[in-house]
Design a protein around this ligand. Structure first.
Ligand code: PGA
Ligand code: ZN
Length: 403
């Protein structure tokens, strides 16, 4: 039973305030914290921020107060039934985008309720998810963001994320490969671009002084010419007046598609995320037709929203989705999105946000739903490796169980 809920304002990896929620039940305390994006999609659930001068307008005291007052009053005394509680939260908010109570307020509570329920059942959170919501468990393949651009970089190339995707036999080997790749890349950048070029962006990837997208791919090829790559173009961020401003070249949709085809021919790219703007379902369909054998991954296009997933399926726009729980605002709706994507036989990439905390919720969540991939930034920086290190622990636990 829920005895009490207490939220507070904490600081995320970018130095912005975010919401942390502690839930008190008969089993004790369960705490979760909420991440926050920079290149957010227009169709995401809305976090609420205070405005005014405090923290440059980014304070979350109103969201915190919503948890401590309205939400707490509505939930105190309720049994731990996560689906029912998420429904109460959705109804109490009463808006489509959770802008009344704030997706940041709602999600912190939803995460804690799910975790507390696993604790009550005396099982790990990943076991709880797969057993109770009918998913087949799997340890996801990690996608490591090793070069940052776009709005995560303050002056890098236009593409937001260059991710290396190792294909070893275990998670720990994948992590080792990524760490070695990251260190070799650092040495290469130092040699080629000098001491000031190994500064890093929001997700821990380097931001070398490179002006052209293609040169980033050449650099990565020098480190390891066979390593598979996924890129998050986050193209909506550089789309204005029907054109894409790519590394100071203006391109229309057709030219972007030609550009992607050319990159795909020359480099070991296995997926493009958000290659076109967030509402161009038709354009995405055209690109997918041209590149049928790689992952065309919807992030801002889908915003972890089942209606948008269905729309994308109808227009044949993609074959993979980014799953970010805070895009939709409750864990049960995120589980629903995962189910929908799996029924369509899409690949799922569970994702962190560029503004993170040390909460490792998504590691268990990804294993529990049997996600194909996870992206949590570089194999460096505390808030990024919290997730990877939890996956190492889960891999160990599962090995022990097999013995
Ligand atoms: P965001 O970036 O968290 O800043 O939205 C991550 C992404 O676009 O995948
Ligand atoms: Zn993205």
């Amino acid at each position: 039973m829920i005895k009490d809920i207490k939220a507070r304002e904490i600081i995320d990896s970018r130095g912005n305030p975010t919401v942390e929620v502690s839930l008190f039940t008969n089993q004790g305390k369960t705490t979760s914290s909420v991440p926050s994006g920079a290149s957010t999609g227009s169709f995401e659930a809305k976090e609420i921020r205070d405005g005014g001068e405090r923290f440059g307008g980014k304070g979350v005291l109103e969201a915190v107060s919503n948890v401590n007052n309205k939400i707490s009053s509505a939930l105190k005394g309720e049994d731990l039934d996560p689906l029912k509680i998420d429904k109460i939260l959705i109804d109490l908010d009463g808006t489509k985008d959770k802008s009344n109570l704030g997706a940041n307020a709602i999600l912190g509570v939803s995460m804690s309720v799910f975790r507390a329920t696993a604790k009550k059942n005396n099982i790990s959170f990943y076991d709880y998810i797969s057993a109770n919501f009918d998913f087949e468990q799997k340890i996801p393949v990690p996608c490591f963001n090793i070069i940052n651009g776009g709005v995560h970089s303050g002056g890098g190339v236009s593409f937001q994320e260059f991710m290396v995707v190792p294909e070893k036999d275990s998670f720990s080997e994948n992590l080792r490969f990524a760490v070695e790749f990251y260190k070799k890349l650092k040495q290469k950048i130092l040699l080629k671009y000098g001491a000031n070029s190994v500064n890093i962006g929001d997700e821990g990837g380097f931001v070398p002084d490179i002006k052209k997208t293609e040169d980033v791919f050449n650099l990565l090829k020098e480190v390891d010419s066979s390593a598979s790559l996924i890129v998050d173009v986050a193209s909506t961020e550089f789309y204005k007046e029907e054109k894409y401003l790519l590394d100071s070249d203006l391109k229309n949709k057709e030219e972007m598609i030609v550009f992607y085809k050319d990159l795909r021919e020359r480099f070991p790219i296995i997926g493009f995320e958000d290659p076109l703007m967030e509402d161009d379902f038709t354009g995405w369909g055209e690109l997918k037709k041209e590149l049928p054998d790689i992952l065309i991954i919807g992030d801002d296009l889908l915003t972890t929203n089942t209606k948008r997933i269905q729309k994308a399926e109808e227009s044949n726009s993609c074959n993979a989705m980014i799953l970010k729980i805070n895009q939709i605002g409750t864990v049960s709706e995120a589980l629903q999105s995962a189910k929908t994507a799996q029924e369509l036989q899409w690949k799922i990439i569970v994702s962190h946000r560029s503004g993170e905390t040390n909460d490792d919720f998504i590691a268990d969540f990804a294993v529990g739903i049997g996600a194909d991939y996870i992206k949590s930034g570089a194999p460096a920086r505390g808030e990024r490796v919290a997730k990877y290190n939890r996956l190492l622990e889960i891999e160990d636990e599962k090995k022990q169980q097999e013995k």
